[in-house]
Design a protein around this ligand. Structure first.
Ligand code: NAG
Ligand code: NAG
Length: 329
């Protein structure tokens, strides 16, 4: 009997709780409601996924985005958050620029239109550990990285030279020096320690503290200044760079700077307590779908959700300059 009790206890331990899901592109335009609220157009181009309440201002005083949005491009249909990064361009040696398309990731349902893979992990890639993970409060937002960084900014902001869509290592701090047969992946890990009080801060970063390590490893303990452990949010974006591999030139991000300036923005918008419910669960990746415990939707519904550009400018084909110009670092 003793043996039986032990093995049942072992089975009951929640060991793997993590979200990994696709969101198709909801918009590609020059808006940045976090860093340049209300400014149309913003300084550089972003690719955005998530809820269709995305617009230039998104002032928390305007209300809950989960109430304002009517659809989302994410698998989890109660996630109206917005997630965005800079866009990648190819700068031809002749001075022209061409936007690089986004490819869907592996391990996601087929047919997703561009977009990103979003993670909310707990302890690390494989395990939830045993500490309480507190979901973000309404109105929460944060950024990671800085377009003006001219050297490595911090941990967790990475480039991967893809041989194929499954390549994950090595993780690089800047653009790969060589051309990559399978494209380039950008990875953005956000900090996971929160001060427990502020949903934002003037630099959109100091309410958070980074103990995160590279490559979905277990983060260090949170400091007393930022004691609340929140989900470890990370983005993966796969860029279809291969079609430019025979041309002379280099890849740049939409602000024109080096890869060190890679950055990402997060604006929380889960409905009610859906994210907390997931963090208290022991589901893993696709097993969290279909109401166990999260409501989910298929690829067609994800792709149908769109936000029209409010910025009248051409971002396709060969361009004489980057939309908004280049910081030329
Ligand atoms: C964004 O949407 C809110 C309403 O949801 C609206 O009040 C605001 O004017 C919009 N801002 C812009 C710049 O379109
Ligand atoms: C640069 O090269 C591309 C690709 O061949 C071409 O389409 C574009 O017009 C060129 N730009 C200039 C300024 O020559």
């Amino acid at each position: 009997m003793r043996w039986l009790a032990l093995s049942l206890a072992a089975l009951a331990v929640p060991s793997q709780a993590a979200l990994r899901f696709g969101c198709s592109t909801v918009s590609i335009q020059r808006l940045d409601p976090l860093v340049e609220p209300g400014k149309v157009p913003s300084a550089h181009l972003h690719q955005i996924v998530g809820g269709n309440a995305f617009n230039a201002s998104m002032d928390p005083a305007d209300g809950d985005v989960a109430e304002k949005a009517t659809c989302t491009t994410c698998t989890f249909s109660e996630d109206f958050s917005n997630y965005w990064t800079a866009v990648m361009f190819f700068k031809h040696q002749n001075g022209s620029y061409h936007r690089v398309n986004i490819m869907q990731n592996t391990a996601l349902p087929n047919g997703i239109n561009g977009g990103m893979t979003i993670y909310y992990t707990q302890q690390d890639f494989f395990s939830n550990g045993n500490q309480k993970i507190t979901a973000f409060p309404k109105g929460f937002r944060m950024t990671v990285g800085s377009p003006t960084a001219s050297s490595k900014y911090g941990v967790g902001l990475k480039f991967v030279c893809l041989q194929n869509k499954g390549t994950r290592f090595p993780e690089l701090d800047d653009f790969p020096a060589q051309r990559c047969a399978g494209g380039i992946m950008t990875v953005h890990h956000f900090p996971s320690c929160w001060d427990g009080k502020n949903t934002d801060s003037p630099d959109h970063q100091s309410h958070m503290y980074i103990t995160t390590k590279d490559a979905f490893q277990n983060a260090g303990p949170c400091p007393s200044s930022h004691p609340v452990r929140v989900p470890q949010v990370a983005y993966e974006t796969l860029w279809d760079t291969a079609k430019f591999n025979q041309m002379p030139g280099q890849f740049v991000l939409s602000f024109g700077g080096k890869g060190y300036g890679t950055h990402a923005d997060y604006l929380f918008g889960w409905k009610d307590d859906a994210l907390q419910k997931a963090m208290d669960n022991n589901c893993m990746f696709q097993a969290c779908e279909n109401g166990r415990p999260l409501k989910s939707q298929g690829v067609q519904a994800m792709n149908q959700c769109q936000v029209k550009s409010t910025v009248a400018e051409n971002i396709d084909g060969w361009l004489d300059e980057l939309p908004g110009g280049s910081m030329d670092m």
